[in-house]
Design a binder for this molecule. Structure first.
Ligand code: AMP
Length: 284
């Protein structure tokens, strides 16, 4: 297996990718914030299956964190991550500093005015503009044929698909299924913040989504209001904190639905201890 190449600058990255492209190689791209787990590595598997060269980025993007969020405490361990990525088949790892990524005089951003204040965006103002701006920059730097995103972050995944479509970007977005613990808990770098007691109740979120999915499938056209209230009550009784949102949304437009419908997704964000858990489940 060839050694992973760790690249810190945009200019070197562009040079290396250009050489791969000139050699006729297809490029798959997996953007991450590091603290890699099986969820991230499943994206690498998908990229390897489709592309000759797999590029991963590890960049904890300050632009997508709010003032009171966990930017400083977000887990960072580049060496461990580089080994995990390399073992799984990543050939090029782009790990720039914030100063390398952002010019101090930059003024242009990418935002989705229709959806960036809904769901996660409502509680994390500016978050999705930060995400779309950095992903657009990374797309321009990596010049990938395919880019792989987890449907774990469903709103993010759809906003990126919309950006690529709306702005005619030359990359194909591939959405990958959520990787879960045996308990059903969606893998997340932030699960590390949870105590062992919290980890034992956290799978209740995924269980609630499964129940809600069945309810939709079995009661098409019915109001979903009471079902949402019941889930909130159950989670509160189990010791969860604030439920920021629980919504059934149209899978394509991401707009909220009031009655049980197919081609939809349940989206949830709920606090457990000091950690904000998000999860979702598609309903077909
Ligand atoms: P992050 O490092 O949290 O920004 O995530 C980087 C990529 O990994 C995003 O496309 C996420 O949606 C994806 N990802 C994170 N957790 C999971 C998971 N449990 N299953 C699948 N993909 C995931």
């Amino acid at each position: 297996m060839s050694e992973i190449q760790i690249i810190r600058t945009k200019s070197e990255l562009k040079q290396v990718i250009k050489a791969e492209k000139l050699a006729g190689k297809s490029v798959g791209f997996v953007p991450t914030m590091g603290a890699l787990h099986e969820g991230h590595l499943s994206l690498v598997d998908a990229a390897k299956a489709k592309c000759d060269v797999v590029v991963m980025s590890i960049f904890v993007n300050p632009l997508q964190f709010g003032a009171n969020e966990d930017l400083d405490s977000y887990p960072k361990r580049l060496e461990v991550d580089a080994n995990l990525a390399s073992d799984r088949g990543v050939q090029i790892l782009f790990a720039p500093s914030a100063e390398e990524m952002y010019k101090p005089n930059a003024v242009t951003e990418v935002s989705n005015s229709a959806l960036d204040s809904l769901y996660c965006g409502k509680f994390r103002p500016g978050h999705f503009t930060g995400v779309l701006t950095v992903v657009a920059k990374l797309f321009n730097l990596v010049d990938a044929d395919f880019a792989f995103f987890g449907k774990k972050d469903f709103q993010q995944f759809r906003l990126i698909e919309m950006m690529v479509d709306d702005l005619e970007m030359n990359v194909e977005v591939v959405g990958c299924e959520t990787i879960r613990e045996d308990s059903g808990l969606a893998r997340s770098s932030r699960n590390e913040y949870l105590s062992s007691e919290a980890l034992s109740v956290a799978p209740a979120v995924a269980r609630a989504l499964s129940v809600l999915k069945e309810k939709v499938q079995e009661n098409l056209g019915s109001s979903i209001l009471d079902w949402k209230a019941a889930v909130e009550q159950d989670l509160t009784a189990l010791g969860f904190g604030e439920m920021q949102y629980l919504e059934l949304v149209d899978r394509d437009t991401l707009l909220p639905l009031e009655v049980a419908s197919l081609n939809s997704v349940w989206l949830i964000a709920v606090y457990l201890e000091k950690t904000r858990l998000i999860d979702n489940l598609e309903v077909f």
